[in-house]
Design a protein around this ligand. Structure first.
Ligand code: ATP
Length: 236
């Protein structure tokens, strides 16, 4: 396992290079990060032709009743470790939501984050927001949903080749968006491979089967597993 300081993955409030012209943002709890988090966003970035990918760990999701189990520093360390091990390039971890929460402002609203990022960037830098199909379905409930879309058009991860899932998603969204908006949503869908992994599943296995369970090796990277074992995270 490489020491965090050896990692090529930059971490900071918003560690994107000044000359990035198009940045894909990916928010989540990463509690802990898993194979889906490491593989899918890079594929999405390349599919939409963005030149940089920024992971944004949330202090607390407005849609999750419980806060993350692992503390902010552990989640950042796991993300950076797993990204470095996965050979991620043109990727970084932004701590701005965690920094904001340290001053008492939680939960993490995407609109606030986007406005803060916008204020740090050149007007010409294009932002996109990577979300899962589950998040697209509920997007109308996000604070200032339409303002978010104007700042950063979503890119929606959907299982490749699953026309039924795409139709079902769009049908579920139709009540909340105009016909013109639905056309845009359709164009934002990115077909990606399916990766059966979730943070909930990792936490469940550690709790019920222990952190040596073989199944964990399929769900995240060796370095993330090692951090989980050494810190004792998720055991109870
Ligand atoms: P939890 O199981 O704790 O709810 P999670 O595995 O969904 O967490 P998050 O950190 O919440 O992980 O991930 C951020 C977003 O990434 C999710 O809301 C979801 O849209 C997307 N996502 C997570 N796992 C996958 C996956 N395996 N395939 C596609 N999208 C995913």
């Amino acid at each position: 396992m490489s020491a965090p300081q050896d990692s090529a993955i930059p971490v900071g409030a918003f560690p994107a290079p000044a000359d990035a012209t198009s940045i894909l943002l990916f928010g989540g709890s990463f509690d802990p990060p898993h194979t889906g988090h490491f593989r899918l966003p890079s594929l999405a970035r390349d599919a939409i032709g963005a030149d940089w990918l920024i992971y944004i760990p949330a202090a607390r999701s407005p849609f999750k009743s419980d806060g993350p189990i692992a503390d902010a520093d552990s989640r950042v360390a796991m993300l950076r470790e797993g990204l470095a091990e996965s050979g991620a390039r043109r990727a970084g971890v932004a701590t701005l939501e965690l920094d904001r929460a340290r001053t008492g402002a939680a939960p993490s609203y995407t609109i606030d984050t986007l406005r803060e990022i916008q204020s740090r960037l050149d007007d010409r830098t294009k932002l996109r927001l990577l979300i899962g199909a589950d998040q697209a379905r509920e997007f109308h409930r996000w604070r200032e949903a339409r303002a978010i879309i104007e700042i950063a058009e979503p890119a929606v991860m959907l299982r490749a080749g699953d026309g039924a899932a795409q139709r079902e998603l769009l049908d579920a969204m139709r009540d909340h968006w105009s016909a013109a908006e639905m056309k845009r949503w359709e164009s934002w869908i990115i077909p990606l491979p399916q990766i059966e992994a979730s943070s909930t599943e990792i936490r469940r296995i550690v709790r019920e089967e222990g952190d040596r369970s073989e199944r964990l090796k399929e769900l995240t990277t060796p370095g993330v597993l090692s951090l989980i074992r050494h810190s004792g995270l998720y055991r109870s």
